[in-house]
Design a protein around this ligand. Structure first.
Ligand SMILES: Cc1cc2nc3c(=O)[nH]c(=O)nc-3n(C[C@H](O)[C@H](O)[C@H](O)COP(=O)(O)O)c2cc1C
Ligand SMILES: [Fe+2]
Ligand SMILES: [Fe+2]
Length: 416
C-alpha cells in the first residue's frame, strides 16, 4: 500500500492486486493486475473516501501510510463510503477495530449492507445529491448519487476546493498503477496502453449499466472545472480529465451500437468442419476493410469475448449443431453478451451439422428472450465439411455484413 499526494491536502493510498493473483469478482482475469484506490482529504477535519480491499493486511499498511502523510489515526473523523461493494468497503471492519470513533457518510441504501456485511455500529449519515460535508479550510465535500454505477447505492464525492471528483467505479480501469503515476505526467502512448484494460473493465463490470453511466456523466460534468478524477480503480486523471469522460461516454454508446468498424467472430468446432470456413470469413471481412477479432470457445475467456463484442458493430457466431441446438460454449457466450447488454449488432451465423441443424433456431430464441436486437443475415449451414459453394456463400455474406456495419456507422455519424 502506498500513499501519494494527489493535490492540496489530498492523498491517495492504494493497493495493487498482483497480475493473476485473483479473479476480479471471482470471474474476470487480471493479467496486468488492478489497483484499489482510496483517498484522504485533510481540512480541519479529515475524511477517508472509499477503501481498499480487505486482503492486504490493511491495519498495518494503513497505519504506515498515515504516518507518511503525517496524519494521526485519531485525526480521522469521517469515512465516506461511495459504494458498498467489498472491494471498496471491506477494509472498514479492520479500520473500525483500530479506531471506533468516526462518522460514516454514505447513501441511505448502504445502511443495511453496512450492518449486515460489516457489522458497523458507528453513526451513519445518509446523504443524497446536493448534500455536503464541510471539512474546513475550504474543503467541502459534495455528494452526487450515481445509482447503478455500479450498485444502486453508489455515490460520487466532489471536493469543491480542489475540484477533485472521487468517482468510485465510474471512470475506472483494470491494470495496476504505480505509486506516483498521474496522467498529466504520461505520454499519450502511455495513456493509450491502459485503454484495452479500461475497455475490458468497462464491458465486464460496468457495461450492463450503460444507461446509468450516461445519466451519471450528465450529472457529474456540470459540477464544473473538474481538475482531477480520482476513481476507485486505475489511473488518476489530472488535467486531461475529458479524455476518460469521453472514453466512458463512447463505451456507454457502444451498448446500443454502432460501436467500431469491427466484427468479432466467436466460433467453435468439434471436428474442424465449421473451423474450415473461419479463415475464409476473416479474409472476406478484412478485404472489406473492417477489423476482425477472433475468439474460439471454450478456449477464449468470456471476459475478452465481451470486450471485443463491446467494441464491434458486427458479430459472427460460427459453430455446429449439438443435440439439436447450438454448440454449448456458444450458447453461454451469447447468453452472457445478452445479459451485458451488447445490443443491436449486425450478425451472421454459419455452421456444420450431421442430420438436422438447430443452431440458428437457438440463436433466435436467445436473441429474442434477452431482447438483444441482433439483426441476422440468412444463415449458412452445411452437412459435414463446407463445400466450395458453401465457402463462397459464406464469403459473400461476410462482405454483406461488413457493408452493413460500414453503412450503419456512416448513417449514425451523419445523423449526429
Ligand atoms: C454430441 C454431439 C451431438 C450432435 N448433435 C447433432 C444434432 O442434434 N443434429 C445434427 O444435425 N448434428 C449433430 N451432431 C453432428 C455434428 O453437428 C456434426 O458432426 C458437425 O459436422 C460437427 O461440426 P464441427 O466439426 O464443426 O464441430 C452432433 C455431434 C455431436 C458430437
Ligand atoms: Fe463495484
Ligand atoms: Fe470496484
Amino acid at each position: 500500500m502506498n500513499t501519494t499526494k494527489v493535490c492540496d491536502n489530498t492523498y491517495r493510498f492504494s493497493v495493487n492486486a498482483e497480475p493473476n493473483s485473483l479473479l476480479f469478482e471471482s470471474l474476470w482475469p487480471i493479467p496486468e493486475g488492478v489497483s484499489m484506490n482510496s483517498y484522504i482529504v485533510k481540512g480541519d477535519k479529515t475524511a477517508i473516501i472509499d477503501g481498499v480491499c480487505g486482503w492486504d493486511g490493511v491495519p498495518e499498511s494503513l497505519l504506515d501510510q498515515l504516518k507518511k502523510a503525517e496524519i494521526a489515526l485519531e485525526d480521522i473523523d469521517y469515512v465516506v463510503i461511495n459504494h458498498m461493494e467489498p472491494d471498496h468497503s471491506e477494509w472498514l471492519k479492520d479500520f473500525a477495530a483500530m479506531r471506533s470513533d468516526f462518522k460514516i457518510y454514505t447513501h441511505q441504501k448502504s445502511k443495511i449492507l453496512l450492518e449486515r456485511l460489516l457489522d458497523v455500529t458507528q453513526e451513519i449519515h445518509a446523504v443524497k445529491t446536493g448534500d455536503t460535508l464541510d471539512l474546513g479550510q475550504g474543503h467541502v465535500l459534495s455528494f452526487v448519487e450515481i445509482p447503478n454505477v455500479h450498485w444502486p447505492e453508489t455515490i460520487a464525492t466532489f471536493d469543491t476546493k480542489t475540484k477533485t471528483l472521487f468517482s468510485c467505479d465510474a471512470f475506472g480501469s483494470f491494470k495496476s498503477v504505480p505509486d506516483d503515476l498521474f496522467t498529466d505526467s504520461m505520454s499519450s502512448d502511455e495513456i493509450a496502453d491502459y485503454e484495452n484494460e479500461t475497455l475490458r473493465y468497462y464491458a465486464n463490470i460496468i457495461g450492463a449499466f450503460s444507461a446509468p453511466v450516461k445519466s451519471a456523466v450528465k450529472k457529474l460534468v456540470p459540477l464544473g472545472d473538474i481538475s482531477t478524477i480520482a476513481p476507485g480503480h486505475g489511473l488518476i486523471w489530472r488535467e486531461n480529465t475529458d479524455h476518460i469522460v469521453d472514453l466512458y461516454s463512447k463505451y456507454a454508446a457502444y451498448s446500443n451500437g454502432p460501436a467500431e468498424k469491427a466484427v468479432t467472430i466467436i466460433w467453435a468446432s468439434m471436428y474442424g468442419n465449421t473451423g474450415k470456413a473461419v479463415p475464409e470469413a476473416v479474409k472476406a471481412l478484412e478485404e472489406e476493410g473492417v477489423q476482425v477479432f477472433v475468439h474460439k470457445v471454450p478456449e477464449s475467456h468470456i471476459s475478452y469475448i465481451i470486450r471485443d463484442v463491446w467494441q464491434s458493430s458486427g458479430v459472427i457466431i460460427a459453430g455446429p449443431t449439438y443435440e439439436y441446438k447450438l454448440f454449448p460454449g456458444l450458447v453461454s457466450a451469447l447468453d452472457e453478451l445478452g445479459k451485458k447488454k451488447a445490443k443491436n449488432r449486425k450478425a451472421f451465423h454459419f455452421g456444420s451439422y450431421g442430420w438436422k441443424s438447430g443452431s440458428q433456431a437457438e440463436i433466435d430464441e436467445i436473441n429474442e428472450r434477452l431482447k438483444m436486437k441482433w439483426e441476422f443475415l440468412e444463415p449458412v449451414t452445411f452437412i459435414g465439411s463446407p463445400s466450395e459453394d458453401d465457402i463462397s456463400v459464406i464469403r459473400s455474406r461476410c462482405a454483406e455484413l461488413a457493408h452493413s456495419v460500414i453503412d450503419w456507422i456512416a448513417e449514425t455519424e451523419q445523423a449526429s
